[in-house]
Design a binder for this molecule. Structure first.
Ligand code: PHE
Length: 458
């Protein structure tokens, strides 16, 4: 283990890096469609409650563990609880990183392809024709060579950033890309609001419709509060391990959550004002981004510019998240195996890229090793990580603090850098217990649903 651990260059740099990890594909395609379809403002309120109770408690917990130990997840759990089984929570995090990045890299590749298509005016053939846009998208993702080619480029960019290290790579690139994302989204949101009929999109997104809010919306909001702030796989432990004792972890965590939520909402505004102004269908998930948007952007004045800017900002959001996932794996091999950063990044970046190739090919390009499960390998990786691995990792992290580390020692580390601001041990403990219990319930509910076909709620 090295004594000269790399550190972030500034507080702002760290916040941009951590917010960059949080702000990803999840914010731009998941949050807007979830909110729109699950009661608009009513969903947003539930989501805010979830993120403030569950999200905030666990972001802080991960940052505290990382800064205390100055190690990535496996070493961090081992240092606080030597010779115990807790290090397996760290291994679960490293495994989650493999699983998530394999399909995330594929989607990153699709985004790159859409930047190029947009630039070359390819969307103009799809104008006002979502059915044609759907065919183009499906033909692309189910082919073999194209998506793999772009996925390899996306993963190479990830490797390129991570090889340059914490300050010279992650921080430097996040400081460039995060402000660009915010400005571009702001411009696109203003563009959308000023379109005739754009306001309808705002009411779809924000007007509370409690009649559309179901128990499953609540489960959805909770699950999303995990994925969207990159919790449960040690990303924040790893990023926290490059912090010094002067940093106020409570305010840092609040910043990350604020930026993540604000950007998700801004994305919703930019997308739905445009969708409604042009009378398109507010579809869900990838369809909204890769099918509906390419069919409506060409109808706007300066359509090529708007669609290219949109896919560039989506690419940056995906890249700043993907690098944080690769850093968890790289940091494991540096901290625990004593490897050089270059060797760890190159070897394991490549391994993840290869797993990703299988994800991509499982969508129709020829190889599907998850066929026996009745889903594509791509969907299996997504399902496994967001329904099980991240929630289990997050829940165990909260339990670790309550049961193993102890709230007193935890609070000593949290208070460093807080300049005497008061937070009560008891309150923090209650938050952690509530967070762990809610997540435990959600996991149980999912297992119950998969085995019996009925859910307790949702
Ligand atoms: N938070 C990212 C998003 O919203 C995804 C992510 C999950 C990144 C877990 C890192 C770790 O897209």
């Amino acid at each position: 283990m090295s004594n000269e651990r790399e550190q972030w260059g500034s507080k702002l740099g760290f916040i941009f890096a951590a917010a960059g990890s949080a702000v990803g594909i999840g914010n731009i395609w998941k949050f807007p469609s979830m909110a729109g379809e699950n009661g608009g403002g009513a969903f947003t309120i539930i989501y805010l409650i979830c993120i403030l109770i569950v999200g905030l408690s666990i972001v802080i917990a991960e940052l505290v563990i990382g800064r205390k130990t100055q190690l990535s997840p496996v070493g961090a759990f081992e240092k606080i609880a030597p010779n115990s089984n807790w290090k397996w929570v760290g291994f679960l995090g490293v495994a989650s990183a493999f699983v998530i990045l394999s399909f995330y890299g594929v989607v990153g590749g699709w985004i790159l392809k859409y930047i190029i298509d947009s630039l070359f005016g390819e969307f103009s053939n799809l104008s006002g024709n979502p059915a044609a846009a759907g065919e183009v998208f499906n033909a692309f993702i189910t082919s073999s060579l194209g998506p793999v080619f772009y996925q390899i480029i996306f993963m190479s960019l990830c490797i390129f950033v991570i090889i340059q290290g914490v300050k010279g790579g992650i921080e430097k690139w996040s400081k460039i890309m995060m402000p660009v994302i915010i400005v571009l989204l702001g411009v696109l949101a203003i563009r959308g609001i000023t379109l005739d009929g754009g306001m309808q999109g705002l009411s779809f997104l924000f007007k509370p419709r409690f009649e559309d809010l179901t128990a499953s919306s609540i489960v959805l909001a909770l699950g999303h509060s995990f994925f969207t702030v990159s919790l449960g796989m040690g990303t924040m432990i790893t990023y926290g391990s490059y912090l010094n004792k002067k940093q106020n972890l409570l305010s840092s965590a609040l910043w990350v959550i604020f930026l993540d939520t604000a950007i998700a909402m801004l994305a919703g505004v930019a997308i739905f004002t445009t969708v409604f102004a042009l009378g398109a269908n507010p579809a869900e998930g990838p369809g909204l981004i890769f099918i509906i948007l390419p069919s409506i952007f060409p109808q706007l004045a300066g359509g090529i510019l708007w669609s290219t800017l949109f896919f560039i900002l989506l690419f940056m959001a995906a890249l700043t998240s993907a690098i944080s996932i690769l850093e968890v794996v790289t940091a494991y091999f540096i901290d625990q195996k004593g490897w050089s950063r270059k060797k760890a990044t190159l070897q394991f970046g490549s391994v993840i890229t290869i797993v990703g190739v299988f994800c991509s090919l499982s969508l129709g390009g020829g190889i599907n090793i998850a066929a026996p499960l009745g889903m594509s390998f791509f969907d299996a990786m997504d399902y496994l990580s967001s329904k099980y691995m991240l929630p289990i990792g997050g829940m165990l992290t909260a339990i670790f603090i309550i049961k193993k580390w102890g709230i007193k020692d935890y609070m000593i580390e949290l208070r460093k850098g807080m300049n005497g601001a008061t937070v009560q041990d008891g309150l923090v403990k209650v938050f952690l217990i509530v967070a762990a219990s809610i997540v435990a319930f959600i996991i149980f509910n999912e297992i119950y649903f998969t085995t019996t076909g009925k859910a307790l709620i949702g």
